[in-house]
Write a protein that binds this ligand. Sequence first.
Ligand code: NQM
Length: 375
Amino acid sequence: MPIKSTPLKSKQRAIPASLMRGGTSKGLYFAKEDLPLNIDQRDRVLLAAMGSPDIRQIDGVGGAHPLTSKVAIISKSDRADADIDYLFLQIVVDKAEVLTTQNCGNILAGVGPWAIENGLIPIAGDITTVRIHMVNSNALAVAYVPTKAGGVEYEGTTHIDGVPGQAAAIPIDFLNIAGSLCGALLPTGQAKTKIDGVEATCIDNGMPVILLRAEDFNLTGQEAPATLEANNRLKQDIETLRLQLGEQMNLGDVSTKTVPKMILISKPKAGGTIATRSFIPHRVHDAIGVLAAVSVATACMLPDSIAQPIAQMPPQKEDKTEQRLEIEHPTGSFLVDMDIQFENGKIDIKRAALLRTARTIMRGDVYIPATIWPK
Ligand code: NQM
């Protein structure tokens, strides 16, 4: 006999939520009004929903990895230039910490579909445009969500590396993301910074990242994430540089922050622009973050960065302003369209655009013990 869905007579607290894949990440998406207003209480609720702190997140829906322990909180925006506000929260797997410093461009990919499916944005033809205010970095993104047959269309023919199969493309444009958290595109004031005898490029075009040459650490740059994660000496050296450069990037003490990300760069091996291995900042990404890829692509175009001599730049497109850069990562590559103009020594970033896919996996209530947020 089929099991009928009946209201749960539970003493737990039920909170409406969707479990979604956004790009190569996964997490819970909430309406702001469904969570406590008080931030400490909100964070306790999110930790319980995900099952943190616990390396297996066994008592919650978190996937025991930073890329699957993420939350989006969404509401209507009061801004004239945005339809919705999106706050990203990283739920630390093994610590009782909820971090809001960084933004996440992968979870962002699910925000437009969620806003449409939950009635915040009306469908507007075959493609519904959603203007998103990214609260963490106070920057704007525009997502073009396929909505052909009166609902969000998830099936399609776009493959993104790091996700099996194909899905409907969600093109995303980023508008004013330079200096998103550091206040400047080149927060150390230069495209190349020397520290402890190593040259680095510190850049923030949507995500603060520090680029380092893989060869400076006696690596090829093609190592598997697990090999890099097992190299304790390397992780220590990279963290020492991160703590020092984090201060220089106007991020203060970054010992408990997830930014800046540390990215080892090397010559491309698969016909792309540059090869990467990203520490985010302690686990190694199986692919690369969206805004991290935009920051790397930007560095490849900057004279004097350590990335430019390594990058194999693609030919310019016909309109002569935009270039498509292919950022290689452990499970494939990531395409970023960049339009950067240089005038009188000034860098003018006109546009960064890319494609993601997303999918609603489950929708309903996530349950937490009532003692955490009494009814
Ligand atoms: O850089 C992982 C991810 C991210 C962040 C991380 C991201 C971005 O892959 O915009 O998407 O760097 O922590 O989801």
